[in-house]
Design a protein around this ligand. Structure first.
Ligand SMILES: NC(=O)c1ccc[n+]([C@@H]2O[C@H](COP(=O)([O-])OP(=O)(O)OC[C@H]3O[C@@H](n4cnc5c(N)ncnc54)[C@H](OP(=O)(O)O)[C@@H]3O)[C@@H](O)[C@H]2O)c1
Length: 239
C-alpha cells in the first residue's frame, strides 16, 4: 500500500515497537499519525507536527469510543497495544490469562469494532494487527499469552475474509523477540524495535498480508507456510 498522504493510528505508541513504528512512519510522507497511548503524558516528543497524541486504553470501552470519534479519518489502523504474562498452564493464574486476553484479543476487537463503521463507510482502509510468532504456534513458557495471540490470529484471518469484498485489507504482523520492556525476560537474541519497525513499514508498503519483521520471525514464517508440525517443535525447543 502507498502510505503517501495516509492517516495512521498506532496504539501503544509510547514505547517499544509502537514508538519505533511511529518514528519510522514519520520518515514517509503520511499526512497524520495518531500516537495513541493509555497515558498520553507518557508519549515521547516525536518532534513532528503530524503527530496527534490520542488517549486510548483498549480495555476501556469509553476510551475506545472517544478515540474512534476523534480519529474518524484513519486509513491505516495499527493495533499494536499488548501485554504479556509469563507462565505455562500449571503456573499461570486465570487472572493472568484473562489480562492478556482482555488486552490482546478483546481489546483489539473492541478497537476494530469502533473504527470499522468509518472504514466501511469509505469502502477502503487497512487494519494491521501486531500478532506474534506465538500466535502461529504456542510456546509453553507464555501459554496464556500464546492463546491470546492465537485468538488474535483467528480474528485477523476471519476479518480479512469478511472485509476483503468491502475494500478493507487486514494484515498480520508477526514479530519474533524484540528488545522491549514486554520481552525483557525472554532469553533469546532480540532485534531492536527500530529494526522491527523498519521491516514492518517496508512490509506495509510492499502490501504484504503476513509481515515477519526479524530473522527468527522469517524462519517461523517459512515453517508456518510449509510444515505445521516442525513449527510446533521449533517453538518449544528445550521442553
Ligand atoms: N517484544 C517482543 O518480543 C514482541 C514479539 C511479538 C509480538 N510483540 C507484540 O508487539 C506489541 C508491542 O509490544 P512491545 O514489545 O513494543 O512492548 P512494550 O514496549 O511493553 O509496549 C507495549 C505497549 O502496549 C501498551 N498497552 C498495554 N496495555 C494497553 C492497553 N490496555 N491499552 C492501550 N495500550 C496498552 C503499553 O502501554 P503502557 O506503557 O501504558 O503499558 C505499551 O505502549 C504487543 O502487541 C506485543 O504482544 C512483541
Amino acid at each position: 500500500m502507498s502510505l503517501s498522504k495516509k492517516v495512521v493510528l498506532v496504539s501503544g505508541a509510547n514505547k517499544g515497537i509502537g514508538a519505533a513504528t511511529v518514528r519510522r512512519l514519520l520518515k514517509t510522507d503520511i499526512a497524520r499519525i495518531y500516537a495513541a497511548a493509555r497515558n498520553p503524558a507518557a508519549l515521547p516528543d516525536f518532534g513532528d507536527a503530524r503527530v496527534v497524541p490520542l488517549q486510548l486504553d483498549v480495555t476501556d470501552a469509553a476510551s475506545v469510543r472517544r478515540a474512534a470519534e476523534t480519529a474518524g479519518d484513519v486509513d491505516l489502523l495499527v493495533n499494536n497495544a499488548g501485554t504479556m504474562a509469563w507462565g505455562d498452564w500449571i503456573t499461570s493464574t486465570d487472572a493472568m490469562v484473562e489480562a492478556d486476553m482482555n488486552t490482546n484479543f478483546y481489546g483489539t476487537l473492541a478497537v476494530i469494532r469502533a473504527f470499522l463503521p468509518a472504514f466501511l463507510g469509505r469502502g477502503s482502509g487497512t487494519i494491521a494487527n501486531v500478532v506474534s510468532i506465538v500466535g502461529l504456534a504456542a510456546t509453553a513458557p507464555i501459554s496464556g499469552y500464546s492463546a491470546s495471540k492465537a485468538a488474535l490470529q483467528s480474528l485477523t484471518q476471519s476479518l480479512r475474509a469478511t472485509l476483503a469484498p468491502k475494500g478493507v485489507s487486514v494484515i498480520g504482523i508477526y514479530p519474533g523477540p524484540v528488545d522491549t520492556d514486554l520481552a525483557a525476560a525472554v532469553p533469546l537474541a532480540k532485534v531492536t524495535p527500530e529494526e522491527a519497525a523498519e521491516n514492518i513499514v517496508l512490509g506495509l508498503e510492499k502490501g504484504d498480508t503476513y509481515i515477519f519483521p526479524d530473522p527468527l520471525a522469517k524462519q517461523i514464517g517459512h515453517l508456518f507456510a510449509t510444515d505445521g508440525h516442525q513449527l510446533e517443535a521449533a517453538m518449544n525447543i528445550g521442553g
